[in-house]
Design a protein around this ligand. Structure first.
Ligand code: ZN
Length: 321
């Protein structure tokens, strides 16, 4: 008798399990970099977790695709990335491997605020290295650069207003790929956009006293934040590969910091503090750290918000302190 009940229970629970919507396999989604992954994770909460390509302190400018990344792209139903001006390494693989996936190129989303790369004067050419030159010749077919993609700075996510537009595009792609969870995606997207609105307001208040003072960054990845909040970024020193510059280069950089009148020089987490102090030698500028990727923050829906708050705090502490 007890044994019969036991078997019946098993059969019943199996039947129930099969009937539940949660029993359907989670949709496979791949995101390129940590802040993008975070926004995707926020929209997917309760339906599954996206995979991430560029982990930890890796740079999207210099990343090389691993075999496991290639497999993830092949199995993906949705791929979310910024675009070829940022994750250049994905340009070929997205076409070659993720042929069956819906690809969301966030740099092309409607309603974004966009800016061109800053070059010349105190802004150094962005650290894409040699790949920049081969870019237009390396892949057989010509692309249509009708909207002048090539000049657009793709570090757009550091503006929460742009992040809201990303969330809409991410939700639309998820709804199309996985209609069973459409309601959940829409609800999550709304909640994430409300959080982004609150973040925007908080940042406006926090950054108000940091507005006028000039600062320099190690790599020009913050212009969307600067322009959104009216900050005064005056130049970049482009130490793209995190290696110590030679004596001559160091003299040039020091002269540049001095001439710019910057009160702060911001490095990124992957640079050694010693390098920062070397650059600042003989200058009265203070140093701080800005992190466009959330390198040391745990992946997930909260990463984006933690990263933006850390950067806000750094800017305020160094510029208004
Ligand atoms: Zn960059």
């Amino acid at each position: 008798m007890p044994r019969m009940i036991h078997i019946r229970m098993i059969l019943l629970s199996l039947a129930l399990f099969a009937a539940l919507p949660s029993a359907h396999a989670q949709v496979r989604v791949v995101a390129s970099i940590k802040p993008v992954h975070s926004l995707v994770a926020a929209v997917m909460q309760g339906a599954g977790k996206p995979e991430l390509i560029v982990q930890g302190g890796g740079s999207p400018h210099t990343y090389t695709l691993r075999p496991s990344d290639a497999r993830a792209l092949q199995n993906a139903k949705v791929v979310v990335w910024m675009g070829e001006n940022l994750e250049r390494f994905l340009h070929g693989p997205v076409k070659a491997l993720a042929g069956k996936a819906a690809v969301v190129e966030l740099a092309d989303v409607a309603g974004l605020t966009t800016h061109s790369f800053r070059e010349g004067g105190v802004w150094e050419k962005h650290g894409h290295g040699k790949q920049e030159e081969d870019h237009n010749h390396s892949h057989g077919q010509k692309h249509d650069h009708s909207h002048d993609h090539a000049r657009i700075d793709n570090h757009m996510w550091v503006d929460p207003v742009n992040a809201k537009a990303f969330v809409s595009a991410i939700a639309a792609a998820l709804v199309a790929a996985d209609p069973a969870n459409a309601e959940l995606y829409r609800k999550n997207a709304k909640a994430t956009q409300a959080r982004l609105d609150a973040l925007l307001l908080e940042m406006k208040n926090e950054l108000e006293p940091a507005k006028k003072r000039g600062f320099i960054v190690f790599h020009d990845s913050f212009q969307y934040l600067e322009k959104r909040f009216g900050l005064n970024g005056v130049g970049s020193i482009s130490l793209g590969d995190a290696r110590a510059p030679g004596a001559r280069r160091l003299r040039e950089i020091r002269a540049k910091v001095k001439a710019s009148g910057a009160v702060c020089v911001f490095s990124e987490p992957q640079f050694e503090p010693r390098l920062v102090s070397t650059v600042l030698e003989g200058s009265s500028a203070r140093s701080g750290v800005l992190d466009p990727l959330g390198a040391k923050i745990e992946n997930g829906p909260d990463l984006y918000f933690a990263m933006m708050r850390n950067n806000t705090r750094s800017l305020r502490a160094c510029l208004a302190g």
